[in-house]
Design a protein around this ligand. Structure first.
Ligand SMILES: [Zn+2]
Ligand SMILES: [Zn+2]
Length: 289
């Protein structure tokens, strides 16, 4: 057992293959100004969403040691511009199969003229040695999805842009080693923030975004002894703070804050294993291994 909470592992910056069988999650950007994440297996990369410029995507991939030629596919969670506005330019520069739900493809001008593989929630994709299962989320668009990404002996749960945690997510994501969960807003900051009332209501609705408290409740259901990493995603810059998101998750999971700013927390279990909690950012990429 550790006498003191260990520090979080350093950001991985090499392009070396992950430890055997393990997956990595790279969050290039997360938030309402642009989203892009990459999952890495020993056999390649899969991009999730692209709401960044090509230049920004490349710069952040390079910073994390990721090779754009190794992207085996791009999976889109839903049609909103912060998840899709970079897709067309990116795919013309670095062609790769595009996967999106039927509703996403029909709705979005940015994806309409791209050759794409349609899927429906519940479908499974096989990409770069990973099995990706899409499940329905609750958001104000047609057919939005979250994802379970499985490797040989590893799993990443990925869920953003949902007003509630769907029951299916509870079943699929429970016990994933890495959990990337939306912690969008602090309800008080949202209500006293700059957004018009109608937008506040949309965000707080069952088809909006998970608040810090809702995220903590979801995490309580999803985290098991097998979960090592919890990443707070899609944190609003107007209606939230990374420290508030981490504090809410830490409080829900009996984890201890490990820095003065409250932007990281860890829980050390009786068997010595740890659960680390940290925020993904809009402006700085993050690797979770
Ligand atoms: Zn979004
Ligand atoms: Zn959205």
């Amino acid at each position: 057992m550790h006498a003191t909470p260990p520090t979080l592992p350093a950001v991985v910056r090499t392009g070396a293959a992950p430890m055997h069988g393990r997956l990595r999650l790279h969050v290039l950007a997360s938030g309402s100004k642009g989203n892009c994440a990459i999952v890495e297996s020993g056999q390649g990369l899969v991009m999730i969403d692209n709401g960044l410029s090509r230049k920004e995507t490349r710069a952040r991939m390079r910073e994390l040691g990721l090779d754009e030629q190794l992207v085996r596919g791009v999976v889109v969670t839903h049609e909103h511009g912060d998840h899709t506005k970079g897709l067309g330019v990116w795919l013309r520069a670095f062609p790769a199969p595009l996967y999106a739900s039927r509703g996403t493809l029909a709705a979005r001008a940015a994806t309409r003229d791209l050759a794409a593989n349609e899927f429906d929630p519940g479908d499974q994709l096989e990409l770069a040695g990973m099995r990706i299962t899409a499940f329905s989320t609750s958001h104000d668009v047609e057919n939005p999805v979250g994802l379970l990404i499985e490797g040989q002996n590893d799993a990443i749960g990925f869920m953003t842009d949902t007003g509630v945690m769907p029951a299916e997510a509870g079943r699929l994501l429970r016990g994933a080693r890495i959990l990337a969960l939306e912690s969008n807003h602090d309800p008080a900051l949202l209500r006293h923030g700059p957004y018009p009332l109608s937008l506040q209501d949309r965000i707080a609705s069952a088809q909006g975004h998970l608040s810090n408290e809702q995220s903590a409740e979801a995490a309580r259901q999803l985290v098991t002894g097998a979960t090592e990493q919890l990443v707070a995603m899609h944190i609003s810059q107007e209606n939230n703070r990374p420290s508030l998101a981490v504090r809410a998750l830490a409080a829900g999971l009996d984890a201890e804050l490990i820095d003065q700013l409250g932007t990281a927390a860890v829980r050390t279990r009786a068997d010595g294993s740890t659960l680390s909690i940290r925020p993904a950012g809009q402006n700085r990429p993050l690797t979770v291994a």
